[in-house]
Design a protein around this ligand. Structure first.
Ligand code: FRU
Length: 475
């Protein structure tokens, strides 16, 4: 009898769990296989190109990285293109790792890291910087004299080149680990010809408090400041801060192109407070706004979608600005409006009312008064709670389960406004005009519905349907 019960419970659990399709409707994800970092974000022939770390052979492991490729006209509707780069050279045979792209004179110049494993040696890997080009935006050709940077004294962890042009020179920032792998830093290189590079300064470094390795560095001018955006590994949790395995954050300062020196004005702050946000890359959009996109996951997590043949999403692309108190605010690109479907609820909402989301996805726009407030996004496998504690002035995302809580202090002025994007297996939650964001994956089962907790009341609660913007044609 007990065995029959166990089999019955197993079948029920498996069915409820398997019934939800976790493939996103309006976030970029691989058609099959594994995706991590965004790479090579650029505009080429009036289209946005986004490459990404990709394993076409399995959705269960990162494997040996390739570069996947997608294009978009508006940063929201994406089309998949063939794999752009395979690990087929001696200097990238164990991974075509992360990098960036610039476009000049009808050519896309791609800079990336080639990873080579050295199984019986110490250190056990080496990383080379390499160049590749594309003139048609589909076929990518690796430069014949690669690698362009050997970095002999800086091995083994030197990777993720981000390149830009200023005046008639090219600049590259590289992530590195120094002091026997104990401290992270970012190195600045300059080139006159895109091919020969010279290291000119250490842009930023960890004194221990910023961890042992800086991954995916990015450096750009914004609103009169310079922003160093990066993904440090090895920062220890401190109260509500730095709760994820690795962080993504920024330092704001001034930079002098004459001396190549970056001076810190505002110290390190986390970019997003959710569970799953890593390895950002930025690019200017057609209107000159700085847009940031990130891998909507975190290393060493469970990825329930891998049983459905794919792993990993990208976050929604977000426009960033610097505030007067040295923070980055972030709002989803305006073209997200093109993914908005019908309005299914609009008005004052009281606890007790339940709104079912069509296809389990939706956009919530919420205005509430300055008092305790809680929204629940529920399914048969539990709920994700978004709440505001008006006494402690803390905003919380609680997705339940082990380590489900992420919070940060929020002292709103004026109206309390939330914007929430719910996709098939993700929640992106923006407070105020993007002053705080939480990005967390979740894996609902059955129908997803939204309601307010008892005693919560919204002045205005809008629920919109969302339309499909990313196809999974070849699955
Ligand atoms: C960041 C990262 C990069 C590296 C890539 C490998 O997530 O570890 O530093 O280039 O992923 O896939």
């Amino acid at each position: 009898m007990l065995i029959l019960l166990i089999i019955f419970a197993f079948i029920c659990f498996r069915n409820t769990y398997a019934e939800n399709n976790f493939y996103p409707l309006f976030h970029l994800a691989p058609e099959f296989g594994w995706m991590n970092d965004p790479n090579g974000f650029c505009i080429f022939n009036k289209e946005y190109h986004l490459f990404f770390q990709y394993n076409p052979n399995s959705s269960y492991v990162p494997g040996i990285a390739h570069w996947g490729h997608a294009v978009s006209k508006d940063l929201i509707h994406w089309k998949h293109l063939p794999i752009a780069m395979y690990p087929d050279k001696w200097y990238d045979k164990d991974g075509v790792f992360s990098g960036s792209a610039i476009v000049e004179g009808g050519t896309m110049y791609i800079y990336y890291t080639g990873n080579v494993n050295l199984p019986n040696e110490t250190p056990d890997h080496k990383q080379y910087q390499a160049l590749a080009t594309s003139t048609d935006g589909v076929n990518v050709i690796k430069y014949e004299n690669n690698p362009i940077i050997n970095g002999t004294q800086l091995q083994p962890d030197i990777r993720d080149p981000k390149v830009w042009k200023h005046g008639d020179k090219y600049y590259m920032v590289l992530g590195n680990s120094y002091n026997d792998g104990k401290l992270g830093r970012a190195l600045l290189y300059i080139s006159d010809d895109r091919i020969n590079w010279e290291m000119v300064s250490v842009l930023a470094e960890s004194d221990g408090s910023l961890g042992y390795m800086f991954e995916c560095p990015d450096f750009f001018e914004l609103d009169g400041y310079f922003v160093f955006l990066f993904s440090p590994q090895g920062i220890k949790p401190q109260g509500n801060k730095y709760r994820n395995l690795y962080q993504t954050g920024y330092i704001i300062g001034k930079f002098d192109y004459a001396t190549n020196k970056f001076t810190v004005i505002y110290n390190f702050r986390e970019f997003d407070h959710g569970h799953d946000f890593y390895a950002t890359q930025s690019q200017l959009d057609e209107d000159g706004n700085r847009v940031v996109i990130a891998w909507f996951d975190m290393w060493e997590e469970n990825y329930p979608e891998n049983a459905q043949g794919f792993t990993g999403h990208m976050t929604l692309p977000r426009i960033i600005r610097v505030t007067s108190d040295g923070r980055l605010i972030q709002t989803p690109v305006k073209s997200i409006a093109s993914a908005r479907g019908r309005n299914i609820y609009s008005g004052k909402m009281n606890s007790g009312e339940i709104v079912y989301l069509k296809d389990n996805v939706g956009e919530l726009l919420i205005l509430f008064r300055f008092r305790d407030f809680e929204v629940l996004i529920e399914s048969d496998s539990g709920s994700v709670k978004l709440s505001y504690d008006s006494k402690k002035r803390i905003v919380t995302l609680d997705r339940g389960g082990n380590d489900g809580i992420r919070r940060t202090s929020w002292r709103p002025k004026g109206k309390l406004m939330w914007k929430v994007y719910i996709d098939s297996s993700s929640i992106e939650f923006f407070c105020a005009e993007g002053k705080f964001a939480f990005s967390s994956r979740y894996f609902p089962s059955g129908s997803v519905r939204v309601r307010l907790a008892p005693n919560s009341e919204a002045e205005e609660f809008i629920v919109n349907e969302m339309k499909r913007t990313v196809d999974r044609a070849h699955a």
